[in-house]
Structure formats: C-alpha cells, structure tokens
Ligand binder design. Structure first.
Ligand SMILES: *Cc1c(COP(=O)(O)O)cnc(C)c1O
Length: 347
C-alpha cells in the first residue's frame, strides 16, 4: 500500500517528541512540564464535569464557557478565540487554513521542530531564518511571500525573548500571517497579546506548561474574529472534549494560583542558571521554564547519556550550523539539586 502514500508523507521524518518513560522512575526535565500540580480549582471543575450525563453528550463545539472565561481573564473578544486540543492542534489548524500544497512556511532557527513537520505534512516548503547573534530577529526580515510565519516567543530551545516591539515591526514588514507561539510566555516579563488585534497576527497559547496541564491537552489562539471564523471551518467540530473545556476554563480563571507557581519556577530558574554557569556551562538568559546550556569546549551528548543512566532526563538537541546543547526544564528545587549534584560529579 505504500505506493498510495502521498509523496510528502513518505519522504518526511515525522516529529519526535521528548521521551515519556512509562516503566521506570526518572527525574523528568525534558519536556518542560510544570513541576507543580494544576490549580485545585481545575481538579474541582473536572470532578464536577465527570458525570455520565455530561460525558454521554457531545461537548460544546465552540467552547463557549472557556472562551468567555478567557475573554474575561485576558480582556479580549470571545469571538477572537480559537480552541484547540493542545496548542499543537492550533498550529495544525493555522497551517491547514493558510498554507497550500507547495506553499512556504518560515520560522527562525534554532526553534520548535514541529514547524518543519507541519510544513512536511502539508506538502509545503520550509525555510529557516537564523536568529541574530544576540537572539533577535534580523532586520530587514529576509523572506517575502511566506504563506505562514511562525515565531516561538519565548523561543524553544533557547528560552530567549524577542521584544514585542520587534514582533510588531515584523508583522508590519511581512505581507502574510504571523503566528506568535507563546507557549512559554507566562514565564516572561511581556507578551504580544495586544498584537492579535492586527489583521495578520495570531497569538497561540497552551495550558500545558504554565498551567501544569500537559496531560489534559488544551491550547488556544487569539486573532481577529474574521480569521477565527475561518479557523473554525477547518478544525474538527469536537476538537476539545467536555473535561478539557471545563478544566481549561477553571485554569484561566485562577490567575492567583498561576502567579504563585510561576514565582517558584522563576526563583528555581535563576538558581539553576547560576549553578550551571558555575559548573562551566554557557547558559542563555531564559524567559521560559527551562534553560538552554552548552559547553564551550565540547559537545554535550555524553552528558545527556550519563544523566539518563542516572535516571535524569533532559532534552538533547543538535541543530545543523549551530551545534548542540541541553534543554533542561525547571523542576522542583529537590529535582534541580539532584541534577546539579550529578552534573558536579560528571564535570
Ligand atoms: C510545548 C510547546 C507547544 C505545544 O504545546 P501543547 O502541549 O500542544 O499545547 C507549542 N509550542 C512550543 C514552542 C512548545 O514548546
């Protein structure tokens, strides 16, 4: 049957998510999950939604209650919100809406590897634009005519943040749609939500990281309501289930809880950054819930392997033309102490 495969699917490698070990116990610092549990209000909302009667029926295809909760929290128009089964689903919907077969997706590099996979699935071309040496966007932006441009901000794997003013300039400069992937923005000092009022900017968010709900699968996009109407034609009718919609609404309404866990993550991030530098790593200043570190003197693959043998998982990444590094999620203080003790032993 493989002769019937679309050539673009046959040729593509597929996205490789971070390891999710099931059998052994690891200190898991590889996929930027929040080390703290979700808000107790989320658990209460899930318990309330968990009835035979609620599950018997289809969920609200428009996620009305969630959109009103998010509209209230972020002071935005509920009609300018697209709901998604994780923000990866949102990114897929944007791709399917904007990018024709043979179209062009552009993203800075190094960045989130899924953008290339989305281009591959769509049968589109993918072009990267290297960040400048100080992790800003080049000016002028060197590509014209993209069907869709993705910028993760803060970026992964580097944790660096492009100022909102620079994104605004980029949105003015390019003629097509700009998707600003704010998966980590709750850990950063500024966000680009106000740019979603521009006709060509889509801001995407996820509940997986800052809200500690990676297992739930919920994300959303904020954009011009005229665009959201088009996205809604493309998405699966029931892309978000009853439980995730109830939990997501409760999560965005509990901003006090978010502030509390964010404070702890930021304190641990600062401590982790300093300690890694003390051990001889080059660490970029992170505005996310992970840090990106490299050795000026050697590749870091062996460190990744040794940590894994000690049941500590971090994310090893290597980019053509840039080199390799370790992306380490900010865990609990105890997890980070354990990691640092192992690294000190290895160094
Ligand atoms: C984690 C992540 C996402 C996707 O999160 P979901 O779990 O699918 O909501 C999107 N973009 C970036 C850059 C991420 O790191």
């Amino acid at each position: 049957m493989t002769q019937f495969l679309r050539p673009s699917v046959r040729a593509m490698a597929g996205y490789t998510p971070g390891e999710q070990p099931r059998d052994e116990v690891f200190v898991k610092l590889n996929t930027n999950e929040n080390p703290y549990p979700p808000s107790p209000r989320v658990l209460a909302a899930l318990a309330e939604a968990l009835t035979g009667e609620r599950l018997r029926k289809y969920p609200d295809p428009h996620g009305t209650a969630f959109r009103h909760a998010a509209a209230r929290t972020f002071a935005i128009d509920p009609d300018g919100i697209l709901i998604g089964n994780g923000s990866d689903d949102v990114l897929t919907i944007l791709t399917r809406t904007f990018v024709p077969e043979g179209g062009l997706i552009v993203a800075p590099s190094p960045s989130y590897l899924l953008y290339r996979t989305l281009a591959d699935i769509q049968g589109a071309h993918f072009q990267t634009v290297p960040f400048t040496p100080d992790w800003r966007l080049p000016r002028p932006w060197p590509v014209r005519g993209a069907s869709l441009t993705f910028v993760a901000n803060p970026n992964s794997p580097t944790g660096t943040l492009v100022p909102t003013a620079d994104l605004e300039r980029l949105a003015e400069e390019i003629d097509g749609p700009l998707a600003i992937d704010e998966a980590y923005v709750d850990f950063a000092p500024e966000n680009a939500l106000r740019l979603a009022r521009r006709p060509n900017v889509i801001v995407t968010r996820t509940l997986s990281k800052s809200y500690a709900l990676a297992g739930l699968r919920f994300g959303f996009a904020v954009a011009d309501p005229a665009l959201v109407r088009e996205f809604n034609k493309v998405k699966d009718s029931y892309n978000c289930d009853t439980l995730s919609l109830a939990a997501a609404a409760a999560a965005v309404l509990d901003q006090d809880y978010l502030r509390e866990t964010r404070g702890k993550v930021l304190a641990t991030r600062a401590r982790l950054t300093d300690a890694l530098r003390g051990l001889g790593f080059e660490v970029l200043p992170s505005q996310a819930n992970f840090v990106w570190c490299r050795r000026p003197d050697r590749p870091v693959r062996a460190i990744y392997e040794e940590l894994k043998q000690q049941h500590i998982l971090v994310r090893y990444m290597s980019y053509a033309g840039y080199g390799d590094g370790l992306r380490i999620s900010v865990g609990t203080d105890a997890e980070i102490d354990h990691l640092l003790a192992e690294l000190a032993r290895l160094a």
